[in-house]
Design a protein. Structure first.
Length: 454
């Protein structure tokens, strides 16, 4: 509990007026207010919503996750929620509305003015991975042919509602984007000059249906403050650098969650049920896969009927752990390269797969030699009659397993990308289990061929 929350609770317990609590909170940044309110009892939160203005609530909930914002507003009167939504940017409002129950969402939408409702319905029509779903429709546009002085008046008029004034967009009478204007260029320009004379006609733009990750890459590569999104050449919205950064962080959190074997990233104060629901699908899938590991061990149980070969079980964790760790390292490197678009051509992919397999082979030889020396010494001291042959099987299994593990760690995410599946789905637990199955097969097959059958 932070200091602001402690002070608010103390004021509440001392029967301070809600107006006094509101006045105290408004001294702080909306981000700090949001963090403090999140830790307050629901009863006090509901009371505070009654004294904050719609604009103040909109500024506060803009700094919490949409799901949490929806929880905050769930018990607030629909008319007040509609007032809050009207004060928010359309993209933030759309995200929050998506987390309401169907009845409440529709009731709130029905209370909105036509312009706000149209903006929200426009954004909601796009798929989650499409650029249009996160675009802002609040930007400054001016019609071609206008004088610079007209532009300055337009900036002053639209600035309070616009997401950014750093970039202004020049359009024709039908809304087709013709060029962009940098604010600095606008400030130094003098009338009589038209916006067409000072605009940049060589702008970067994307389509509203383009993939979000592709749009974020364009913003990053070209250092764009506000990227225009078009539909049939018509300017529909923009994505600002801030929006791109927020989305990039969300994507990174989701990828990190998938690498850990989760279906979605977890929130800090998430309920047990919600958290378990996200973990369960992958754990069930991994359970099924691990059953195959069990069946494989059972299939080779004849190896352990020979007294001198029971020691194979002691070296099994070494093979599995080394292969799994090496494969997971390669997986991380491969996903990083996929994210940076350095594995686009067949030549790049082939080179990457060959390099990682070579790395696995080199590591396998190095650790195989160490494993041979250690296991041979251990088994000799234990007076095992097949000490050197068992040591060779352990060493050779390490060489083959690490080579295969590195190749799998490089190949599986590339394959998933080609199949239009998020490569992060080839998560650490998933690929480790796959490598366990392959490594056990290699280990026991070599033991059967070189030890049992000999």
């Amino acid at each position: 509990m932070n200091d602001i929350t402690k002070t608010i609770r103390a004021m509440w317990e001392e029967n301070a007026s809600l107006q006094d609590i509101r006045a105290y909170l408004l001294q702080f940044h909306p981000y700090e207010i949001a963090a403090a309110i999140a830790e307050l009892p629901e009863e006090l939160r509901d009371e505070l919503y009654g004294v904050f203005t719609s604009k103040e609530i909109a500024e506060i909930v803009a700094y919490v996750e949409p799901e949490q914002a929806a929880d905050f507003l769930e018990d607030v009167a629909n008319r007040q929620v509609a007032g809050v939504i009207k004060e928010m940017s359309a993209d933030d409002a759309t995200d929050i509305l998506e987390h309401f129950e169907d009845d409440k969402r529709q009731a709130v939408i029905n209370l909105l003015d036509r312009e706000t409702r149209d903006d929200i319905e426009t954004l909601a029509a796009y798929e989650e991975n499409e650029a249009g779903s996160i675009m802002s429709t609040e930007f400054i546009a001016i019609e071609s042919g206008k004088d610079v002085k007209d532009l300055m008046r337009e900036i002053v008029r639209q600035a309070p509602e616009a997401d950014t004034i750093n970039t202004i967009f020049v359009v024709d009478a039908h809304g087709h984007l013709l060029g962009t204007l940098d604010l600095k260029k606008v400030i130094v320009a003098r009338s009589p000059r038209t916006v067409d004379e000072i605009m940049n006609p060589n702008f970067r733009a994307k389509n509203v249906r383009d993939d979000i990750e592709d749009v974020i890459k364009t913003i990053r590569d070209y250092d764009i403050d506000a990227l225009p999104l078009l539909e049939d050449g018509v300017l529909k919205g923009i994505i600002t650098g801030d929006d791109a950064m927020d989305t990039f962080v969300e994507e990174a959190e989701e990828d990190y969650a998938r690498l850990g074997g989760l279906t979605e990233s977890e929130e800090l104060f998430e309920s047990t049920f919600s958290s378990v629901k996200k973990r369960l699908p992958w754990l069930l899938a991994l359970l099924v896969m691990n059953v195959f590991v069990t069946f494989m061990i059972i299939a080779f149980d004849f190896l352990f009927t020979v007294g001198s070969l029971t020691v194979l079980a002691f070296f099994q964790p070494v093979i599995l752990n080394m292969a799994g760790n090496s494969g997971t390292q390669t997986l991380a490197i491969t996903i990083q390269k996929i994210t940076k678009d350095t594995l686009e051509s067949k030549g790049d992919i082939a080179k990457h797969l060959g390099r990682e397999a070579a790395h696995g082979l080199t590591l396998g030889i190095a650790f195989g030699l160490l494993a041979f020396a250690f296991s041979a010494l251990f088994l000799t001291l234990d007076h095992n009659p097949q000490s050197f042959r068992i040591a060779f099987v352990v060493a050779f299994s390490l060489v083959v397993s690490l080579t295969v593990a590195n190749f799998a760690g490089a190949f599986i995410p590339v394959l998933f990308t080609k199949l239009k599946i998020d490569p992060a789905t080839a998560s650490g637990p998933f690929i480790t289990t796959v490598i366990d199955i392959v490594s056990l097969l290699i280990y026991f097959a070599l033991a059967t061929a070189l030890l049992y059958s000999a």
